[in-house]
Design a protein around this ligand. Structure first.
Ligand code: 2BA
Length: 107
């Protein structure tokens, strides 16, 4: 048994969770906030069998896309107190962690 923890941008989150549900996976969605950009993202908890992990990751990949975005430098805003300058970062897509689960019960 694995727990997949996927942090998905809010733009793609509804497509990802709908496709996971359509394919029969159980999903819990948490409203979360990125520490760097401080904008909303969605953290999905998906418990599944070991052999289905790749299928879950393929669904997440197919429904979320990486995009480039220009944003203000957080370091200059918060640490130096001077005008921020633009930097290009990649957003969207998903950050996925796969955790081993020792025990799973519904009581
Ligand atoms: P944020 O922390 O808001 O980061 C948004 C995007 O900003 C990141 O995209 C990355 O492209 C960029 N970024 C983050 N920290 C940076 C820094 N110190 N300098 C320059 N650019 C930086 P992703 O890497 O795709 O991450 C998307 C969201 O996934 C993150 O939102 C965070 O909520 C989560 N995340 C990513 N990696 C994580 C990790 N190792 N542990 C926990 N959460 C993570």
């Amino acid at each position: 048994m694995k727990l997949i923890l996927a942090i998905v941008g809010d733009e793609d989150a509804s497509k990802v969770s709908a496709e996971l549900s359509n394919k029969g996976f159980l999903v819990t969605k948490l409203a979360t906030t990125g520490g760097f950009l401080k904008v909303g993202n969605t953290t999905m908890l998906i418990g599944t069998e070991d052999e289905k992990v790749d299928e879950v990751i393929d669904i997440i990949k197919s429904k979320s896309k990486r995009r480039k975005q220009i944003t203000a430098s957080a370091v200059s805003m918060y640490e130096q107190g001077v005008n921020s300058y633009p930097i290009e970062i990649e957003v969207g897509g998903a950050t996925v962690f796969v955790l081993n689960i020792d025990r799973f019960e519904k009581v």
